[in-house]
Design a protein. Structure first.
Length: 346
């Protein structure tokens, strides 16, 4: 709350590129949507590039750690007026610090925008964006709360098609609780699509307790292999790596503290595959038709589906495609050779 609500006032205040990395090109559709978002929302956003899965029309999406709401307002346009986007974040307009003073920018980080914290920034621009998008009623909402305790915000079981998160799970001390809550609120066949920071090894106590490294998304980074274990424990399908980019630290003091540990900003997708859906490997053919991906769908680092082309997939991928929102976009037949093994982000 202190680092994101008080010390950081614009993305240029960050000391690493952990929260500004984007490994995928941005489509014209997304660029145009970004241009319609209020400048204060964009300026006060600290996520890792963009977290935008495919096939979003009319979906219900939950954004964990929605901050100033940039991704929510972007997704609001992509799901359409019949879809819905919920943002939840722990920073709010009336956060109080140890001194009893409300959030305010420090003298060295003043911007042209008035003092306000993340959820407050997001909420105050709802009417502006709905008018900009031409929607008769809002299809976005924002809550103050913790992603480890979504039930406290009243989010019901199996109520969302997609859960996204953009470089914030590293800020949660209990990663398992975050994934467990995401699993709970997802519908059967739903997806968790998220960017986060991962470490090449488990971090020592000195790194994990360093205040600036925590705020910069590094001290709370999960050892990437542990993500696979936690996902399996919670009930998700094995993580599908989408992209990964190395993180650079432009501060000599911080470099000395992290030593030989390396960090990456990686995007993964996890699916809530219903029990009994895994029936064996298959041969799948992409029918095309997903907006922005009509001819080719780059699903993850292992699978790229071209319209009309038969692709052999393993049992996990066959089950994911069959049980998720992608089902109607594919022709799926049983059989096929063993597909590529999963790749780790590091």
């Amino acid at each position: 709350q202190d680092y994101y609500g008080k010390e950081l006032q614009k993305s240029e205040d960050l000391k690493t590129n952990a929260c500004i990395t984007s490994a995928r090109p941005i489509s014209k559709l997304v660029r145009d949507a970004l241009e319609r978002i209020h400048e204060e929302v964009v300026a006060r956003y600290y996520g890792c590039g963009l977290v935008i899965p495919e096939c979003l029309a009319s979906c219900r999406i939950l954004d964990l750690g929605s901050g100033s709401g940039r991704d929510c307002y972007l997704l609001s346009q992509l799901v359409g007026e019949q879809g819905h986007v919920t943002g939840i974040d722990m920073t709010e307009g009336q956060v109080r610090h140890g001194s009893g003073a409300p959030c305010h920018p420090s003298s060295s980080t003043l911007t042209s925008f008035p003092s306000s914290c993340q959820v407050e920034v997001a909420k105050k621009h709802i009417a502006y964006h709905m008018d900009k998008f031409g929607y008769r009623k809002p299809n976005v909402e924002f809550f103050h709360g913790y992603m480890e305790k979504l039930d406290d915000a009243g989010l019901a079981d199996e109520s969302y098609d997609i859960v996204i998160s953009n470089c914030v799970i590293n800020l949660a001390p209990d990663k398992r609780a975050v994934l467990q809550e995401a699993f709970r609120v997802l519908k059967p066949g739903g997806e968790m699509y998220f960017s986060d920071v991962y470490a090449s090894q488990r971090l020592n106590e000195t790194i994990r307790k360093h205040r600036v490294l925590w705020g910069e998304c590094l001290a709370g980074a999960l050892y990437w292999r542990d993500l696979y274990g936690i996902a399996e424990e919670v009930g998700f399908s094995p993580p599908c790596l989408v992209t990964a980019s190395p993180i650079t630290i432009g501060d000599k003091e911080l470099e000395g503290i992290v030593g030989d540990c390396r960090f990456v900003s990686a995007t993964y997708r996890l699916f809530k595959v219903p029990a009994g859906s895994r029936t064996g490997p298959g041969q799948v053919t992409y029918n095309g038709g997903i907006v922005g991906h009509e001819r080719e769908l780059v699903f993850d680092a292992n699978f790229t589906f071209k319209e009309g082309e038969v692709v052999n997939v393993d049992a996990e991928m066959a089950a994911i495609l069959q049980s998720s929102r992608f089902a109607e976009k594919f022709l799926i037949r049983p059989g096929g050779a063993k597909a590529a093994a999963p790749q780790g982000c590091c």
